[in-house]
Design a protein around this ligand. Sequence first.
Ligand code: TTP
Ligand code: MG
Length: 361
Amino acid sequence: MELLSHQKRKIIHVDMDAFYASVEQRDNPALRGKPIAVGGGEKRGVTTTASYEARKYGVKSAMPGYIAKQKCPELIFVPPRFDKYREVSNNIRAIFNRYTNLVEPLSLDEAYLDVTVNKINEPLATTIAKSIQADIYKETSLTCSAGVSYCKFIAKIASDVNKPNGITIIKPHQAVYFIEKLPIEKFFGIGKVTAQKMHELNIETGHDLKKWTKIDLIEKFGKAGAYYFDIVRGIDERPVISQRQRKSLAVERTLEEDLADIDQMINVVKLISEKLWKRMVKSQYFGKTITLKIKSANFQIITRSNTLGHNIEDPQLLASLGQQLLIQNNHAFHKVRLIGLTISNQIIDDHNTSSQISLKF
Ligand code: TTP
Ligand code: MG
């Protein structure tokens, strides 16, 4: 069968198994084999994730602690250690980078890799996925699951099919059947609200979604409708974008009413920095330059930057640098209608990222 141009890439999606819980069980043998929930606890906390032993009882991510305890009375609550998860995240990213520079993290525990061309000259993406799985296990004592396909959308869904410690390969000719059978909740990019709307329209699976024309989908779901139309046909040409290619990350907010009070502005900068920090952690992008953008009530824009000698990898530092820029430049604006923060100029540790070698054909 001849492959279409969009089916010629080799994409792997890797996702760690019960990530926070597995790290806790790894580091504390007393927790191994036990139902645990990582999170704030029984009283007021929310579960970030549960060990596979706890999942059997129905304990899930985002579940309030007291409900989790009702479902599983033996449940052990463990407080999260985010520094530890960051460290493991760095370990697995270093492993990914041995195979390709085209690594796009989606969160601390998952990433897309484009291995069409790769550093070990291995033509089979599945072999690379197995090798990554083995490296991760050997170097972190943790398991992960992988999805292998020709596009991000299918690789991402595939990685969830054989969890834990599994690999699922979806070849181009299998994609149509795979997607048709898929319940729409499983479509990446279709959230709870959209799924509900689709149920109301009797769209339960990929097969149902496929009956809709592009025009009707756009009418019902806006721009996302065009994306749904394509992905349900297995068409997803979104490239894997590495941190190396990313130039910046920005968050800005138009204020409900113009602000003249510096203390209020300082608070807004704090809130914006928290949102930006979340996005930085998610995409694992930390730069050494922070830029403050201010749009005045008269629509004049000023930007001011500060560049450090290292990447900004601390939320408090991010907030205080942003606030400093605001205070130092307070004279340059009076009434403010929009405030934004941008992070850029990431310093990349080249330790594990030697230059890409082409595949021989
Ligand atoms: P996931 O990869 O969604 O879940 P997981 O790794 O715990 O389990 P699975 O084997 O099904 O992949 O999320 C990764 C980590 O992100 C997870 O260990 C904890 C954290 N997290 C939250 O803090 N809140 C959430 O609602 C979710 C879904 C995850
Ligand atoms: Mg995971």
